[in-house]
Design a protein around this ligand. Sequence first.
Ligand code: GLY
Ligand code: MN
Length: 471
Amino acid sequence: MSDRPARRDPSRLVEAQGFRDFVRDDWGPADRGVRAVPGAAEAAAAHRARLSAAFPGRRIAVAAGRAPVRSNDADYEFRADSDFAWLTGCYAEGAVLVMAPCAGGHDAVLHLREPAGPAEADFFANARDGELWIGAAPGLVEWADALGIACRPLEELSKSLRGQLPEVLAAKGVEPWLDALVGAHSTELRTTLAELRRIKDDWEITQLRAAVCATARGFADVARELDEAVRGGGERWLQGTFDRRARTLGNGPGYTSIVAAGEHAPVLHWTRCDGAVSEDDLLLLDAGVEVSTLYTADVTRTFPVSGEFSATQRGVYDLVYEAHLAGMAEVRPGREYKAFHEAAMRVLAEGLHDWGLLPGSVDKALDQNGQHHRRYIVCGVGHFLGMDVHDCARARAQTYHEGVLEPGMALTVEPGLYFHPNDLTVPPELRGIGVRIEDDLVVTADGADVLSDGLPITADGIAEWVRTQRG
Ligand code: GLY
Ligand code: MN
């Protein structure tokens, strides 16, 4: 078994001796520098220290993973495993972090692929690693300098693990050959990492702020392109508009951008985005920029394309906004995680009851066995946020949905109402209206910071913002 799967494409392996002799020599130095983000190495070292304290005396391995195959020899873009990136600040495909127990904690070694230089056939024949195909990439020396962590060739990994396999390993599937080497897996490491990652340090919050700030710029871009969308570009034009901003200011969108106009707005994850955009539509935009350190925003605004709500649209918007305020007011240290969810749901259930949409009382709807209001909001009202849009999803229930908010937790609050066009329980004027309002928050020592408060949120505020952006 080799450390690195053979990925050389025989059709690209030029065998001619003349070529081989000629291609090897006379290359000047290439720029292999790591584009280091200030503070990333220190943050990763602190994260490793927290993991080390959680697994005293145990050997740990966490892999960055590989790009999934899209078709044949074409891959999807690589994105490092979030746990790996959190522990290393490294984003290199195929890299593996090994933390070996030592006196006082763990010694960390990062195993990496050394770039294929001109002396190797991979230089010209390997479309996944070869620098003639993918450009110059950082090597061991560059990563070690940037991260302050010992780096060793990937080829040494199986040797260094022989006879002392990791006791805890990132979940199966991140690096298949490592999975095979180690055999058995537990969820212990993944669960622990998810629970550690619930609490963001100052550097992480700075990254989240940058992601939200870039996202707000993308939202303004979308509003400015509404004319083109109405002229025929439709939802796809607006999706491309946001994604261009995300790609320019960060790695790209942190999840597939949801751009849902008119009757598509009630579809929770409308990522097809193949619909038209009309002047009298509401447009639901749910999108977030992932910055270079992998932290992502997750923001939703719903606004009238024309810059003016109809009375019915406004009624739905105001009820969701009231629920949003009720939810946000519950985000503070010491409150149960579920409190913001319950507060927002109560407001929605009361409003739906006032509109005659519930088959019984509000109390009956809010009862565990009732939940009739969930017909119009089947999803939850928020989730943890960080490197993953649905961050820390592997945390145990008692530390997440059944847990208590603590300073440093980052989360979304995102109530909504979703009246599908074919829902016969709602009056015709409400059918096809969907509204979601989503903010990104960080719990502080005495309350919460709303990272996304740079975007307008009241009905009047968002309508005026649309008119201003459209000009
Ligand atoms: N923004 C998508 C979601 O939270 O599911
Ligand atoms: Mn969300």
